[in-house]
Design a protein around this ligand. Structure first.
Ligand SMILES: [Fe+2]
Ligand SMILES: [Fe+2]
Length: 354
């Protein structure tokens, strides 16, 4: 059955594993709700959920949780200690039900739309894993702990997608790179925009690891754009689809745990950028210049992705994308000059992340 966006505000109750799952709201409902308040109990539930219980956490709450501490950013030791409590074992996930949902319950349109969106993540996780070590060289000792943890997170996210594409989508290959090669046909050409820029910026930092201006340019692309905007948008689109339909429980659990990991990455990245601008206010021009480059690149779309089978229109994805960027900039206190405001209005979403 092909699902159309706006078709219903609430989905039917789904029978999953013999249990009745509560009625789910539409995947796009949060666009009309705006920011939500999280109770202390909800924050505790998100922070303390293990892999067995994270499947019951609402993805909209986890995305709200990403923003919770942006106004008063935690220090790197706090983030490292959270990592020690929150890391999860990617090999504990059981994709048996996901395979059944993928092959027997999802339509061909849903599968194609899902892969078109998630393949940018499959490749993005691997690239952010391998580009991060150079950024650690010039970091403070406290930030090095946080980055070491983040590298391990990104390695685990890479394995998560490797397992999903092997065990659920059914791609074949011996090594991790074989599976990446097999999913490459679904990667939009626009992936090469921010991720190609990141490869260039990582090389710049590798050659001059203590060049703070090069590090701020790298951090703007990696932490603000790729993780803070692209990654959270993809997470929201695929996870709200899975939750709405009651499908792909191991994907939902693993990727929701990934989203919680990303909250630490985004908070650490915003902490780094905020500190860099406080130490040297002229650094704001590096942030603006990098955003100018990224927004110019992002206006180019080489291939149309159809979001409707996942319950989204392109316009709604774009709204989500703008909301994610605006909230990060506002919470961290980064203003945009007028030309960037104009560029922002013209930008199209590029779905990928890390
Ligand atoms: Fe990340
Ligand atoms: Fe990641």
């Amino acid at each position: 059955m092909r699902l159309l966006a706006h078709a219903v505000l609430t989905a039917r109750c789904e029978i999953q594993g013999g249990a009745l799952v509560a009625e789910r709201k539409s995947p796009t409902a949060v666009l009309r709700e705006g920011p939500r308040a999280l109770s202390e109990a909800q924050v505790r539930e998100i922070e303390e959920a293990d892999l067995g219980s994270v499947g019951g956490v609402d993805i909209d709450d986890v995305i709200e949780y990403v923003h919770k501490d942006l106004k008063s950013l935690p220090d790197f030791i706090t983030l490292y200690r959270k990592y020690l409590k929150q890391r999860w074992d990617v090999y504990d996930l059981d994709f048996t039900q996901d395979k059944i949902d993928w092959t027997e319950k999802m339509s061909e349109e849903e599968r194609q739309s899902f892969i078109a969106v998630s393949s940018g993540f499959h490749h993005g996780e691997r690239q952010v894993e391998i580009e991060l070590p150079v950024f650690m060289i010039g970091a403070s000792e406290e930030e090095k702990l946080h980055i070491a943890a983040q590298i391990e997170d990104e390695a685990r996210h890479t394995v998560f997608f490797d397992r999903f594409y092997r065990e659920v989508v059914g791609l074949a290959g011996d090594g991790i790179m074989d599976i990446l090669d097999a999913s490459f046909p679904w990667v939009s050409e626009t992936f090469v925009g921010p991720f190609g820029l990141l490869a260039y910026q990582a090389d710049e930092v590798r050659r001059n690891p203590y060049d703070e201006r090069a590090r701020v340019r790298y951090g703007t692309n990696y932490f603000l754009w790729i993780e803070g905007v692209l990654a959270l948008s993809v997470m929201k689109v695929t996870l709200s689809y899975a939750r709405w339909r009651g499908f792909l429980p191991a994907y939902y659990a693993g990727f929701t745990a990934t989203c919680r990991d990303e909250s630490r990455h985004v908070q650490g990245g915003m902490r780094y950028l905020q500190d860099a601008v406080r130490k040297d206010p002229s650094m704001i021009s590096e942030i603006h210049d990098t955003l100018r480059t990224i927004l110019s690149l992002s206006g180019v779309a080489s291939r149309r992705i159809y979001f409707e089978p996942l319950g989204w229109t392109e316009q709604e994805v774009q709204t989500l994308f703008f909301q994610q960027l605006r909230r990060k900039l506002n919470d961290v206190g980064i203003d945009l000059p007028p030309d960037l405001e104009v560029l922002l209005e013209q930008v199209e979403p590029t779905l990928a992340g890390g």
